[in-house]
Design a protein around this ligand. Structure first.
Ligand code: TYD
Length: 432
């Protein structure tokens, strides 16, 4: 017996687990354009998310029936190269699936997509492992239809089952099979559509869905991911790209930075980076960074990780150990000691290091904007800082992911994402 209300939950794919709108509509628009047919006036392309494609091309987009097979071919061609890259997992979906599986709830998928495609999508986002059954249409003309898909996705025995979906086909299918119909209004169907097609309950977002399917359940701990690198390593650009990509993979990302991240810590940042504070001694500087960190961990980082979020933090304690311990010569151990009460065991799970030679990094920066107090430091300072980073990497091989940051933005971003995903979702299989 599990502690949740349903012992079997069947999910629809597009518009329920994935925000698929852009991936699907762009693929359909491509197919129509290639065949030289305009989208009929007044047609909302979002209508095609959910129902079988054959129907949509023929009945909604008014394509002559002899062109439908060709249209589907073109659609798939585009979908595999471009459409899939525009898919994104809705936030909290990962934690809902994990919570259900942890309580031995049967988790199934019933989609009108071809089975092979549905499986590829789940694999691409590392979600296959959560599913006991994956049911989709065959790659042929004969369609099983939603009720039969749902029937096949259900286990032999269950006490109380539900179908979760965003379109009328899902609600009607659930009712025909005799299980509860849970409508989600964040997908492509409207609340009206869901109500009229027999939804027993409608939820507006994935947080409410989690509360409905897993009431009182413990949300899995989140992830603490930090990014480190010398000034001039291109960190900010990479954090921007990584943040977007991780959201696409369904992580509920909280982006923050050090020094700063909350009001008190941002005030400390202002003092510590003020170019006029030239008389500030190294210990004062190290203690200010640690003070700012203590508040940040207490107020932002720890609560977010406990809520199940992925905290993406631009710099953390490694920066102090490298810059104040190495650059300012306070020594690694002293700075580690100063930081112990600030970090309070909230150590990063993963740290991405943008590896760049300090001389190259400095040259990059000199061609950019006005440097702040720390940035006007000399070569020796950054050489010492780099050395300590390298020592930290050697001492923490499991935690650090090192990316060569001498290259162009896109190559660095690709490697960084590959490494991070491999670490966070080891079972992921991504299309090249
Ligand atoms: P950062 O905000 O990453 O710089 P920017 O975005 O302007 O490139 O960091 C500001 C500076 O603070 C940077 O030179 C590194 C330094 N720093 C330390 O010396 N110790 C620390 O603990 C932290 C967090 C940053």
């Amino acid at each position: 017996m599990n502690i949740y209300p349903y012992d079997a939950v069947i999910f629809d794919l597009d518009g329920t687990l994935f925000d698929a709108e852009e991936g699907i509509t762009s693929s359909a628009a491509y197919a129509m354009e290639r065949l030289g047919y305009p989208i009929p006036e007044g047609v909302d392309l979002r209508e095609i998310v959910g129902p079988p494609l054959v129907n949509s091309f023929e009945k909604l987009l008014l394509l002559p029936s002899e062109l439908v097979t060709r249209a589907i071919g073109l659609y798939h061609e585009y979908f595999m190269s471009e459409g899939l890259a525009r898919y994104s997992v809705y936030p909290h979906v990962r934690s809902i699936l994990e919570m259900l599986v942890n309580e031995h709830v049967h988790v199934g998928l019933a989609t009108s997509k071809p089975y092979t495609l549905a499986k590829t999508i789940l694999e691409n986002f590392g979600l296959v492992k959560y599913f006991d059954t994956i049911v989709g249409e065959a790659n042929s003309e004969d369609h099983l239809g939603k009720p039969e898909l749902i029937r096949r996705a259900l286990p032999d025995k269950y006490n109380r089952a539900a179908m979760v979906g965003d379109r009328r086909f899902d609600m009607e299918g659930a009712n025909e099979v005799g299980i509860e119909a849970i409508g989600v209004s964040y997908g492509c169907g409207t609340e009206e559509e869901l109500t009229h097609s027999g939804a027993a309950v409608i939820v507006p977002d994935t947080e409410s869905l989690r509360a409905l399917l897993c009431p009182g359940g413990e949300i899995p701990r989140g992830i603490f991911l930090t990014i480190e690198g010398l000034d001039g390593s291109g960190k900010t650009t990479q954090v921007d790209i990584l943040e977007k990509a991780l959201k696409q993979y369904g992580f509920s990302v909280l982006r923050t930075r050090e020094p700063g991240g909350c009001d008190i810590s941002e005030e400390i940042r202002r003092i510590v980076l003020d170019a006029n504070n030239m008389e500030m001694c190294a210990s004062c500087e190290a203690l200010l960074y640690a003070a700012s960190r203590a508040q940040h961990v207490h107020q932002v980082i720890r609560p977010a990780v406990e809520r199940g979020q992925l905290v993406l933090c631009d710099r953390f304690a490694d920066s102090s150990i490298a810059y104040q311990g190495g650059g300012r010569d306070l020594g690694m151990e002293t700075v580690q000691q100063i930081n112990a009460p600030a970090v309070a065991d909230m150590n990063p799970d993963v740290t991405l290091y943008l590896d760049i030679n300090h001389k190259i990094a400095l040259n990059r920066r000199l061609s950019a904007s006005t440097p702040d107090r720390l940035e006007v430091e000399n070569y020796d300072f950054y050489e010492r800082t780099q050395k300590v980073y390298e020592r930290l990497i050697r001492d923490n091989k499991k935690r650090f992911l090192v990316v060569d940051a001498h290259r162009d933005i896109q190559s660095i971003a690709k490697d960084a994402l590959d490494m991070v995903l491999k670490r966070l979702i080891p079972e992921i299989k991504r299309e090249a």
